[in-house]
Ligand binder design. Structure first.
Ligand code: GLY
Ligand code: MN
Ligand code: MN
Length: 499
């Protein structure tokens, strides 16, 4: 990619005509060329577009938000591109709050909910004569007259065609305006306002005298808690994410011999291919941990050797095009067969996971599945003689099993892998489960390579099994059940895929 002619934005360069800007590497643009580039382009405006599949759901989500904050202006930015190095950027991923409330994923987009006085607004839900009108602020199509479409770094000739504001309105079901005017409008606005922080510095700066951290946090917490219960659209997306993820795991098993010839990177790249082709991306950095790396909980360097006779702990998830992610772990014998000790440890983790999954049902405490899984693991660790003379109750009371179980047994899952992270303790960790919640159940046992308290043969073995479980009216459904977990079934599945 060549450097664009004029890297600075119109704001930075004031009134300077775009055609005269240059960065030193390119000559200036002649009047003749500037004139030539203005015309001869077809009208590509799209008409009669159908709303996106999610539109009715996003309208309902905005109505709930409106009802919670009557009379207040609410500002929810998508965020901006972030620099990776010099003039290259990380790939853009819209903020969860913005995508959840709009169904849109445009960089620089901002949803503004304007309070409506005395009349029920388009997004009003409280029936008390208030409500809000939603407006989505977006970068419009590039101007051909002033040359920005080919001379500006954000011009469509460089980054691709955007939807026009009229097209965006039809697709999203939300009136759309030019985002470049929004900071000034927000600076001039009066009345109470809240913003979701951390996504868009320019929008936040425009509001700096009008907002407080505490009130803004209440907005973030509300959107986080609203996402605890998934609607039909979200459940279908999570199922898609799990199905793609299962295919990605199968891809990996098929190429394990090539990974053995190279490194864990082959596994990372193989899974990534599936995520990019079927979804938007991976939902988090894939953990492709072979051999002793499996005992490092978030091993994402993925630069180690893959050896027959050792285990591969693969923790990976496809994020769908609508930004819902799976979070699945399987621990696989690289040569297709567990050794007796690997199987003993694997079976204990599997048994703990079964106990955890069985504890996921409406009305159960969120902590129940963790406690159930920990009890199984503590029981096995005591049986194996790793905790001296202590009995299971004492071990659990003192939490001594945690030297090898290390982490919590699961978390909410959705648009973020650790979803609903801003929810209050009483709404999440200390709450009871309800139909529509989706969470992971992921016990593990990890014997560090330098752990002198276990027999030498245990050292360097790590096992985790993780599935994505939807709470249903009468219990639960395992969305990632397409991937086997039972040790015999894992071996049979691998044998079939390896041919
Ligand atoms: N992949 C991160 C986790 O399992 O929580
Ligand atoms: Mn995981
Ligand atoms: Mn997880």
């Amino acid at each position: 990619m060549a450097e664009e002619l004029t890297p600075e934005t119109p704001e930075e360069s004031g009134e300077e005509p775009i055609k005269q800007r240059k960065n030193g590497l390119y000559p200036g643009v002649s009047d003749e060329l500037a004139e030539n580039m203005k015309s001869g382009w077809a009208d590509t405006e799209l008409h009669g577009l159908e709303p996106i599949a999610q539109a009715e759901h996003t309208a309902r989500r905005r109505a709930a938000l409106s009802a919670r904050f009557p009379g207040e202006r609410l500002v929810i930015p998508a965020g901006n591109l972030r620099t990776r190095s010099n003039d290259t950027e990380y790939s853009f991923r819209a903020s969860t709050e913005y995508a959840y409330l709009t169904g849109d994923q445009s960089e620089d987009g901002v949803l503004v909910m304007e309070p409506v006085a005395g009349a029920k607004g388009t997004d009003g839900a409280d029936g008390s004569g208030g409500g809000h009108e939603a407006t989505i602020y977006l970068l419009p199509r590039s101007d051909r007259e002033n040359g920005e479409f080919w001379l500006d770094g954000q011009g469509e000739l460089w980054v691709g065609r955007r939807h026009s504001l009229a097209e965006a309105e039809q697709l999203l079901g939300i009136p759309a305006k030019d985002v470049r005017k929004l900071p000034e409008q927000l600076r001039e606005a009066t009345g109470p306002v809240r913003v979701v922080r951390g996504h868009d510095a320019a929008i936040q700066a425009a509001l700096t005298d009008k907002v407080t951290a505490e009130r803004d946090e209440e907005l973030r917490v509300f959107v986080s808690e609203a996402r605890l219960i998934k609607d039909e659209f979200e459940i279908a997306e999570l199922q898609k994410a799990c199905d793609s993820t299962a295919r990605g795991f199968e891809d990996v098993v098929r190429v394990l011999d090539r990974a053995e010839a190279t490194s864990e990177r082959y596994i990372e790249g193989t899974f990534f291919l599936r995520a990019r082709v079927e979804g938007n991306d991976i939902g988090y950095g894939s953990i492709c941990a072979a051999g002793p790396h499996a005992t490092t909980l978030h091993w994402v360097r993925n630069d180690g050797a893959v050896r027959a006779g050792e285990l591969l702990l693969l923790d990976a998830g496809v994020e769908t095009t609508e930004l819902y992610t799976a979070d699945v772990t399987r621990t696989l014998p690289i040569n297709g067969r567990f050794t007796p000790l690997q199987r003993k440890i694997y079976d204990a983790v599997h048994e703990a996971q079964e106990a955890g999954i069985a504890a996921v049902r409406p009305g159960a405490a969120f902590r129940d599945f963790h406690d159930a899984a920990q009890r199984v693991l503590a029981t096995r660790l005591v049986e194996w003689g790793l905790l001296g003379d202590l009995d299971v109750e004492k071990v659990l009371e003192l939490g001594l099993q945690r030297r090898w179980t290390l982490h919590g047994t699961g978390h909410m899952l959705g648009m973020d892998v650790h979803d609903c992270a801003a929810a209050r303790t009483e709404a999440y960790v200390e709450a009871t489960l309800e139909p529509g919640m989706c969470l992971t159940v992921e016990p593990g046992l990890y014997f560090q390579a330098d752990d002198l308290t276990v027999p030498a043969e245990y050292r360097g073995i790590g096992v985790r099994i993780e599935d994505d479980i939807l709470v249903t009216e009468d219990g639960n459904r395992n969305l990632s059940a397409a991937l086997p977990r039972d040790a015999d079934e894992v071996e049979a599945w691998m044998a079939q895929l390896k041919g």
